[in-house]
Design a protein around this ligand. Structure first.
Ligand code: FAD
Length: 370
């Protein structure tokens, strides 16, 4: 019988586990892969999370992550402008950062089952039953931090999984002379591509495209040449960079549909609770913020007798909605401006001729320091 079982060891799961372990609550993280590994992600972390990370000694200072303070936006025709970023952020690869957090979690006393996929989670008589290959585990509290899409979403019969999602995500690490303090967002037909620096002199190039565009062009390589290259800035970046990976990391079926933060008594954290459109560049900060909310309430559940499971679930649901629902909605609205020739030009014109409005929009999709 485990006190807390955490399903999925991404940012949300790892940070929840560290917070709980530091409060003396034993927990087990079950992760289907083994660290370190690459993930599709723009790898830009919003500074809304920095004070929280510093407080827990989880800011990756030893990798001297580039500090990002300016934002370049280009339309699909290459028309572009640069704006200051109020809050800004820093860049670090998931390969490095998730491994760094895994080591911090181990030091804090968290237990791990790696290379282990959770098959199902069931709530029975005030306890959870977790099935992994040839074994059943039991837990008092379960955190669902299994990311944007998992077989557990099917098992839990979640609504969003019944709809197909048209987005494909592609990531490379490249080497080029990209300004350390700049994150760029370049539009192309049906998608957008983020570029910003990470540790060790590398640059992350990550884009979101529509499945139909990929299907029409047959392969990622053709789609890049036929579609992304129509933005002259992207053509230059692709043509003049050294590619570190032999082939890109790719994921599909990325969904931005609304999800429930508590499902079948499982507290969902990070993308499992709701995914913000990547153009906002703060899904990771949201996963960390969600981990903070969930872990602090779980600590209360174990320390205050009168704080029941029902109190835990209701309070988490309310706090989660207060912190994120509005931002997720705004992110979906802003995404409509992207990936379309006319609308992306309009967005760039807005940024050029009315930068206070554009900065207001950026501010609205970002959260506050937590
Ligand atoms: C194209 C793209 C670009 C992005 N760019 C940015 C960016 O620049 N900045 C930013 O802040 N955010 C960005 N995001 C969002 C960010 O990647 C996510 O919000 C963040 O990773 C969420 O963390 P998480 O812990 O919820 O999930 P994840 O980090 O995805 O972790 C989930 C973990 O659960 C494991 N898992 C899943 N199912 C099971 C199972 N059944 N059993 C065991 N383990 C399981 C997975 O292996 C995985 O390790 C981007 C997303 C996309 C798609």
């Amino acid at each position: 019988m485990e006190k807390v079982i955490i399903l999925g060891g991404g940012l949300g799961g790892l940070i929840t586990s560290i917070k709980l372990a530091l409060a003396g609550i034993p927990c087990l993280v079950i992760e289907k892969k083994s660290y370190p590994f690459h993930r599709v992600c723009g790898e830009y972390i919003s500074n809304e999370a920095t004070p929280f990370l510093e407080q827990l000694n989880l800011f990756p200072a030893e990798f001297t992550p580039p500090l990002i303070k300016r934002f370049q936006l280009s339309s699909s025709t290459g028309r572009n402008t640069v704006l200051p970023l109020d809050l800004g952020g820093f860049g670090i690869s998931r390969y490095t950062y998730d491994y760094f957090l895994y080591q911090k979690a181990k030091t804090a006393g968290v237990n791990f089952l790696l290379n282990t996929e959770v098959e199902s989670v069931t709530y029975l008589k005030d306890k959870f039953e977790i099935r992994i290959a040839k074994q059943t585990l039991h837990g008092d509290i379960v955190i669902g931090s299994f990311g944007k899409r998992s077989k557990l979403d099917i098992q839990l019969n979640r609504n969003f999984i019944k709809k197909r999602s048209p987005y494909v995500g592609v990531k490379y690490h490249i080497r080029r002379d990209h300004p350390a303090d700049l994150i760029a967002l370049h539009n192309f037909e049906s998608g957008y591509c983020g570029i910003s620096n990470i540790e060790a002199g590398k640059t992350n190039l990550c884009y979101l495209a529509h499945r139909d565009t990929l299907r029409r062009h047959g392969s990622i390589e053709h789609m890049e040449k036929e579609v992304l290259f129509r933005n002259p800035l992207l053509k230059t970046i692709f043509s003049e960079s050294e590619f570190v990976f032999s082939k890109p990391e790719v994921i599909n079926e990325i969904s931005f549909e609304t999800k429930a933060p508590v499902e079948n008594h499982v507290l969902m954290v990070g993308d499992a609770a709701g995914m913000i459109t990547p153009l906002c560049g703060n899904g990771m900060a949201m996963a960390m913020h969600g981990a903070k909310l969930a872990s602090e309430l779980v600590i209360r559940y174990f320390s205050e007798k009168e704080f029941s499971r029902q109190n835990l679930e209701t309070t988490y649901r309310e706090e989660w909605r207060r912190a994120f629902t509005n931002r997720l909605w705004k992110g979906r609205q802003v995404q409509r401006l992207f990936g379309n020739k006319i609308l992306s030009n309009l967005a760039v014109n807005l940024a050029i001729y009315s930068s206070p409005i554009a900065q207001g929009i950026i501010r609205n999709t970002h959260g506050k320091i937590f």
